[in-house]
Design a protein around this ligand. Structure first.
Ligand SMILES: [Zn+2]
Ligand SMILES: [Zn+2]
Length: 280
């Protein structure tokens, strides 16, 4: 749980990763001349603010790409949090002890840890630390087109509902990079949650990203491989076309996040709700 990796993309951009396997989350620290933005705060509770202070001495504000538990765990360490208001209920649920305990314990068991391990006081204590988050659900509202001027470096918010209704992407056009949270990922995008937007809305979000193609060349997701090329977005768009025209095959997968129906196209894998694949 304590795995932390820090690497830099350039002399004013860092990737702070925590966790392990496919669930490892990438948080991005982006520095301007006046202040810095940290995109997401991870799954594992760790001294993230302390880590940012070893890298830069400027004020750091947090932008959450969405409200899922693996992107918000260390929000409480920062004074200024921004999130899209459509993820308010998700943030509330995913900050709760019960929800975090259910998902984190399940992830550990999926790695083959036996049940008796959870009765050891040491393990219970460690798990408790990662599930009982200090209350910090206050945030400032993000909106589509919002600009953060960090000082000689401007970030723009693009509302990209799909994975969740409040999902956003962050465009750093000076460096030609797009930070997408869980909206485009190497191992697939989950769209089967009750709080996910419809496939049509997700496809509109992807088209919106495609419309600003000349402004970015690399995609930095919240998990797995980075950077991804812009062509990943095309594959996700075509994957939805395939579902809509009835030519997709799907595989049913039941996991601790619910039941999803997997559809693949090229590099893209979409996990859809049953209601979406009925058209197949
Ligand atoms: Zn997510
Ligand atoms: Zn995630």
């Amino acid at each position: 749980m304590k795995d932390i990796e820090i690497s830099s993309i350039d002399d004013s951009t860092w990737i702070i990763s925590n966790g392990s396997g496919n669930g490892k989350t990438h948080n991005y620290l982006i520095e301007g001349e006046d202040y810095a933005v940290l995109i997401d705060t991870g799954l594992c509770v760790l001294d993230l603010k302390g880590i940012t202070q070893t890298l830069i001495s400027k004020e750091v504000i947090v932008i959450n790409t969405h409200g899922h538990l693996d992107h918000i765990a260390n929000n409480h360490q920062f004074d200024s949090i921004y999130m899209h208001p459509e993820d308010e209920k998700v943030l509330e649920e995913h900050s709760s002890y019960e929800y975090r305990h259910h998902l984190i314990a399940q992830r550990i068991m999926d790695k083959g840890c036996p049940n008796w391990l959870f009765h050891l006081p040491m393990i219970q204590e460690e798990l408790d630390k990662h599930c009982r988050l200090p209350k910090q659900n206050k945030y400032k509202e993000l909106y589509d087109g919002q600009i953060f001027d960090l000082g000689n470096r401007v970030l723009e918010i693009i509302h990209t509902p799909g994975h969740t209704c409040g999902s956003i992407s962050v465009l750093d056009s000076k460096k030609k990079r797009l930070y997408v949270g869980d909206s485009v990922c190497e191992k697939g995008v989950l769209l089967h949650f009750d709080h996910s937007a419809s496939l049509d809305i997700y496809q509109k979000s992807l088209n919106k990203l495609r419309d600003v193609y000349p402004l970015f060349e690399e995609i930095y997701p919240g998990h797995q491989m980075y950077p991804l090329s812009i062509y990943w977005i095309d594959d996700y768009i075509r994957g939805i076309d395939k579902i809509n025209n009835g030519s997709a095959y799907y595989t049913k997968v039941v996991s601790n996040t619910g039941t999803g129906y997997l559809v693949s196209y090229g590099r893209a894998t979409l996990s859809c709700p049953e209601s979406a694949i009925k058209r197949i």
